[in-house]
Design a protein around this ligand. Structure first.
Ligand code: PLP
Length: 361
């Protein structure tokens, strides 16, 4: 491959080329400090500037005030699954979980393993997780309600977040954070692995409302409680410096190149519309998610047969369109069209899909 492909992988995923070039240009000598970002101390002024700028940009983009803390952690979204019940669910309390697919199921299981009282109050498993449930049946005094805002594998997404009557919402936003604006106020915790829409694997963003920090028991291991990260500006131990640096650059890209989150959202809606419109108007392809639950980030679809899907993915790869295979647990096809996927990439994909349909339909 002599040039970059259009990368539709679900995660790790495509990053803005300008960000990659920016990393490259100063790689061996970051801002004249005589070292690369991989080599500087996390206690240095250089790194302090990086992490603080990243936090400021994140707060500005999501319109976050002083009620929330922005934390950088490790262990991916999967470690958050375990930490959430550990930190926020006492033995005499219950928490609600909405099950919309693989990741929600995993989050729920981590609470069950710990012997916590959790209730699956709503689920879309009856129709293979192809929609977002409308009746949530929330428990009035639940400690929290856990949702997965975008279901990366099934291609569904919460269009908006309903009123939970004061019960804090905890959301796994791994695959749609920074793709659209939302009101942070009702969220007690939002978390996301960086490798879908924010940067490389290795850092996890957590945005926590300060009142949630007060609920955390003292007798937890230091690395497994949010207070440790909040008290030390995410530097209780060595943070994933390089990954945080890339996140900083991606945030700068959203603000300065794209023009902010509402511009980003506009672009994402436009991209998804082009692709879904094409799928809906071509008989060779069939979207798998209900229309009102469709994801702006992960477009899942099937062809008429599995053999045809194999050929489609192989031909696409040969044409510089990579990563279109569905998750190994569900099969089919999936185009992940995160922030860094350009309109041009979508147009190329649609053009290819049209040609493929003409030849194979
Ligand atoms: C990818 C993904 C995960 C898993 O994240 P890790 O960082 O690998 O633990 C969890 N939730 C969602 C919604 C995802 O897309």
């Amino acid at each position: 491959m002599s040039q970059r492909i259009f990368n539709f992988n679900a995660g790790p995923a495509t990053l803005p080329l300008s960000v990659i070039k920016e990393i490259q240009s100063g790689l061996d000598n970051y801002k004249g400090c005589g070292m690369s970002v991989m080599e500087i101390s996390h206690r240095s002024k250089w790194f302090d500037d990086i992490i603080n700028d990243a936090i400021i940009r994140i707060k500005r983009l999501l319109n976050i005030g002083d009620e929330h803390e922005v934390l950088f952690m490790q262990g991916g979204a999967s470690m958050q699954f375990a930490m959430i019940p550990m930190n926020f669910l006492k033995d005499n309390e219950t928490a609600d979980y909405i099950n919309t697919g693989t990741w929600s199921t995993k989050a729920f299981k981590e609470a069950v393993i710990q012997g916590k009282k959790v209730i699956e109050t709503a689920s879309s498993e009856d129709r293979n997780f192809s929609y977002i449930p409308k009746e949530l049946n929330l428990t009035a005094d639940a400690a929290y309600v856990h949702i997965t805002s975008n279901n990366t594998i099934k291609g569904t997404q919460w269009a908006d977040f309903s009123d939970t009557k004061g019960v804090p919402v905890i959301s796994d936003m791994s695959s749609d954070i920074f793709s659209r604006s939302f009101n942070i106020d009702k969220f007690g915790l939002v978390y996301a692995g960086a490798q879908k829409n924010m940067g490389p694997a290795g850092v996890t963003l957590a945005i926590i409302r300060k009142d949630m920090l007060e609920k955390i028991p003292d007798n937890l291991p230091s690395m497994l409680k949010y207070t440790t990260y909040a008290d030390k500006n995410s530097m209780y131990n060595t943070p994933p410096c390089f990954a945080i640096y890339v996140v900083q650059l991606v945030m700068k890209w959203i603000e300065e190149t794209i023009g902010g989150l509402s511009k980003m959202e506009e672009l994402n809606r436009k991209k998804a519309a082009i692709l879904y419109d094409f799928i809906d108007n071509n008989t060779l392809y069939k979207g798998t998610a209900d229309l009102d639950s469709r994801s702006l980030m992960n477009v899942t679809f099937r062809l008429l047969s599995e053999d045809l899907e194999k050929k489609f993915i192989a031909d696409a790869t040969e044409n510089g369109l990579g990563g279109l295979k569905g998750h190994r647990s569900v099969g089919g096809c999936r185009a992940s069209i995160y922030n860094a996927m350009s309109i041009e990439g979508i147009e190329r994909l649609v053009e290819f899909m049209g040609e493929f349909a003409r030849k194979n339909g």
